[in-house]
Design a protein around this ligand. Structure first.
Ligand SMILES: Nc1nc2c(c(=O)[nH]1)N[C@H]1C(S)=C(S)[C@@H](COP(=O)(O)OP(=O)(O)OC[C@H]3O[C@@H](n4cnc5c(=O)[nH]c(N)nc54)[C@H](O)[C@@H]3O)O[C@H]1N2
Ligand SMILES: Nc1nc2c(c(=O)[nH]1)N[C@H]1C(S)=C(S)[C@@H](COP(=O)(O)OP(=O)(O)OC[C@H]3O[C@@H](n4cnc5c(=O)[nH]c(N)nc54)[C@H](O)[C@@H]3O)O[C@H]1N2
Ligand SMILES: [Mo]
Length: 768
């Protein structure tokens, strides 16, 4: 083989040999390479388990070897040989553990036993499952009102577990079901619901093969959805135009060598450049998407008017607009009223670049727009996503092959959890179904979302938090407020696979329930069980673990929920034990509640599972107007940074927070970020070199970041190393969750409740 290229890893195409090498390293450092490899051979196979890595669709879960570096990490770290036993927990006080970083906690390995916090020794001690359930039941029944309890869900939870979880919570008497979605794609659901009548994307994997142009907003698939890069590569090779909108130059969106493709890999070993993915890269200001989209639409409307005046073919799809949409005139009036100066200043890109993006849109017969957290975690996230829909509607780019919106989901079953009723705002029709099937009356009073849950803890209104997976303490904003809230609770219960921050920032009575992971065999009284999940493309399929459980004390999530429910609700109307023993019966109940799950048990036996359907894809608009709605949004006259700058002498920056390559949300596998050139550190802040000079700082110097917000609380993240980076002036980037301390609790999307993790106003001072 020829000498490997000497370019630094961050200058090479994403994927390639570096991805394979890293995958091998993860298999080895997770400590169980053989089980790891065996597990990988079962990922996304018809008889295997669904990759817990992300929610990008698979080519029908048939037989191709579909996995990626990110999946390798998720799978190998779940199949780790390391064990966090009661002996390990006995050897460390919770106070000491709480001082360790997330990477160290992860490295302790899989939790093996149910445990309860013992205050005198400040340690966690093993407890029997039955005894533990009795404690939970007693605490929950002692509350003055069911609304004093909060029931969090993280998006890896299976459909079966999610359905049982919401069922228990509603029979208990509350809709307090905050979930990770509130911090993730909530803005997408709200925006899509109002615009096209369904809170999900409309595209299928096949559509990626037919699009002439794909616009990617605020997403880093090289790290977070690597399997998407394969589909993008194929699109680029057949001549589709890819437009990327991102303040950072993300390596994975520029060039890609597919580790699953031998030809790519030979090219990569020869120092080849990989496939160029992006044709036009718009490096906008953080939060500049709304302005950019409005600029593009202004150009499109002007081009349409010119074409019509000259007697040419209109740019807009008149027939589609007339039959299917509502509100075009108001949109055009709004676009005309928006001054170009504001659009250019807020987007941070030139008029020429905006015109080029609009041109690509106009000249493409079929357009897909994808997006993720770079759009949703902003104050105007809903409004921004609605401009994407407006853009698509102008040329009938919804409900035709090769077209449509695609919010690329995060957790592997976050979309399915919502489908199963994990929401604080349930529809009455769904509650009526629950009553019909189970014979109890579920509460109709709205519950709290994640931010409201934290406020309820802070204000003493909440007394208990039970979490189905996730890491509430680390993932949530305003860490000091969240942590004080958690510590004031009477009860915290976490169903988890690994030790994390949330176990260490705990209530008076605190329990850890260790659960089986996706990769493990789940055997109940009636035999081996499968669960189901739904991907970003609304495909539902079964998943079955193959590995022996990490400990004989692990229990499945459905088993644990049934245990909690039976201990809490002695006169329950739900046959918990029967459902626990045979998940086919849970699916039969799901079928009874939801019309689109008919023949659920039969349909998951088909290779690839089944498609849930999508009304907007059929051009059926379940909106208030029964049409797809054009919904305009004004740009603010002043950005939040300009407003904050007017209040202080110090230079105000907009900080955006994101994931490094070796992390899965709050789980940090290693302290590296290969594509951004960062090795063995996480407390770094990316800054434009001109800003560095203007501030009289030097590369490598350490600074403290202070949030600028209108209350009196001080929010400081200390000791971050400055790294000059290709990011627009005025913007900074850093990793989550180290920066969550900076996000004020009441800084969230006005209509989504999503914390503004992608635009935090901060000032910098040299660290002492
Ligand atoms: N390996 C791995 N896979 C994952 C995850 C993980 O942590 N690790 N997490 C999963 C989850 S829950 C989710 S939600 C997804 C997250 O997937 P992403 O949304 O890709 O995640 P982030 O790392 O937050 O990246 C956001 C991207 O938006 C860009 N960005 C930041 N601010 C702005 C802005 O104002 N405008 C625009 N246009 N872009 C902006 C950033 O530069 C970055 O490229 O990934 C899922 N998959
Ligand atoms: N500043 C900032 N904050 C953010 C974000 C950001 O971009 N910036 N992103 C937000 C987003 S998009 C999300 S989705 C949230 C994520 O919020 P969460 O979903 O709450 O967090 P995770 O880190 O995914 O949860 C990891 C924990 O889940 C448990 N776990 C893993 N697998 C399983 C399993 O199979 N079963 C069970 N029961 N438990 C399991 C493990 O114990 C692990 O420690 O964070 C949000 N917070
Ligand atoms: Mo997410």
């Amino acid at each position: 083989m020829s000498k490997s290229p000497t370019k630094p890893s961050f200058a090479r195409p994403a994927g390639g040999w570096a991805a394979l090498k890293s995958s091998a390293e993860h298999l080895i450092s997770a400590g169980n390479p053989l089980t790891g490899v065996k597990s990988l051979l079962n990922v996304n196979q018809p008889e295997g388990f669904d990759c817990p890595g992300c929610a990008w669709g698979d080519p029908k879960h048939t037989s191709s070897f579909e996995f990626c570096e990110s999946g390798v990490k998720a799978v190998s770290w779940e199949a780790t040989s390391k064990r966090c036993t009661p002996e390990v927990m006995d050897a460390h006080t919770v106070t000491w553990l709480a001082e360790q970083d997330d990477c160290t906690l992860e490295s302790l390995g899989r939790l093996t036993h149910p445990m309860i916090y013992d205050a005198p020794s400040d340690t966690y001690k093993a407890i029997d499952w039955d005894e533990a359930f009795a404690v939970v039941g007693r605490e929950l029944r002692a509350l003055d009102h069911p609304d004093q309890a909060l029931f969090y869900t993280s998006g890896r939870t299976s459909n079966e577990a999610a359905f049982l979880w919401q069922l228990f919570v509603r029979e208990f008497g509350t809709n307090n079901l905050p979930d990770c979605s509130n911090m993730c794609h909530e803005a997408s659901g709200v925006a899509l619901g109002e615009s096209i009548g369904i809170g999900k994307g409309t595209i299928l994997l096949e559509d990626m093969k037919r699009a002439d142009a794909i616009f990617i907003f605020g997403q880093n698939p090289g790290t977070n959805h690597p399997r998407m890069l394969g589909d993008l590569k194929k699109a680029a090779r057949r001549g589709a135009k890819i437009v990327t909108v991102n303040p950072l130059r993300e390596r994975g969106l520029e060039r890609f060598a597919d580790p699953k493709n031998p030809i790519d890999m030979v090219g990569n070993a020869m120092g080849g450049e990989g496939t160029t993915l992006t044709s036009l890269y718009l490096q906008i200001q953080v939060g500049g998407d709304l302005a950019l989209l409005k600029g593009m639409m202004k150009v499109i409307i002007a081009a349409d008017e010119t074409a019509r005046a000259a007697g040419g073919k209109p740019v807009l799809d008149d027939a589609f607009i007339a039959t299917h949409t509502y509100g075009l005139d108001a949109l055009i009036a709004d676009l005309k009223a928006e001054p170009w100066e504001r659009i250019l200043a807020q987007s941070g890109v030139s008029r020429d670049e905006i015109a080029r993006a609009a041109d690509i849109y106009i000249n493409a017969g079929r357009v897909i727009c994808t997006w993720a957290m770079g759009l949703t975690q902003h104050a105007m996230g809903v409004e921004t996503i609605q401009q994407i829909i407006n853009l698509l509607l102008l040329r009938g780019n919804i409900g035709r092959p090769g077209t449509g919106p695609c919010p690329v989901r995060g957790h592997s079953n976050v979309q399915g959890d919502r489908t199963m009723g994990i929401t604080e705002l349930p529809k009455q029709e769904f509650l009526d179904s629950l009553r019909r099937v189970f014979g109890f009356t579920p509460p109709s009073k709205p519950g709290v979302n994640t931010v409201e849950a934290i406020a309820a803890m802070r204000d003493g209104k909440a007394k208990a938090l039970l979490a189905m997976g996730g890491n509430f303490a680390a993932a949530c904003p305003d860490s000091d407020v969240t942590w004080a809230g958690l510590r004031a609770l009477n009860l915290t219960v976490h169903v988890s696979t690994k030790l994390n921050r949330s176990h260490l920032v705990h209530g008076k009575t605190a329990l850890i329930f260790p659960a089986l992971g996706r990769t493990e065999i789940d055997t109940q009284k009636t035999g081996r069980q499968a669960i189901t999940v739904e991907d970003s493309m609304s495909m539902v399929h079964a998943s079955q673990g193959m590995n022996l459980p990490a400990s004989d004390q692990l229990r499945s999530e459905p088993w644990i929920i049934a245990g909690i429910a039976m201990a809490t609700l002695p006169t329950s109307k739900v046959p918990w034990a029967t459902l626990r023993d045979d998940y086919r019966l849970i699916r039969a109940k799901i079928e009874a509640v939801f019309a689109d799950f008919e023949n659920f048990n039969e349909r998951i036996l088909r290779a690839g599972g089944f498609y849930l359907g999508n009304s907007a894809k059929e051009r059926i608009w379940k909106t208030a107007t029964s049409k797809a709605n054009f919904i305009p949004a004004c740009l603010p006259t002043q950005t939040t940074r300009e407003a904050a700058q007017a209040q202080t002498q110090d230079r105000v920056f907009t900080l955006t927070t994101f994931r490094a390559h070796d992390q899965y949300n709050t789980t940090v596998y290693a302290r590296n970020d290969r594509y951004r050139g960062i090795k063995n550190k996480r407390r770094v802040v990316f800054i434009n070199a001109d800003d560095l000079a203007a501030m009289n700082f030097t590369a490598g110097q350490h600074v403290d970041l202070s949030a600028v917000w209108h209350d009196s609380r001080s929010r400081v993240a200390k000791n971050f190393e400055l790294v000059p980076y290709n990011i627009p002036r005025g913007c900074l980037g850093a990793y989550f969750p180290e920066t969550n301390v900076l996000v004020p609790l009441d800084s969230h999307g006005a209509r989504s409740g999503t914390p503004t993790n992608k635009s935090i106003l901060v000032t910098l001072v040299a660290a002492r």
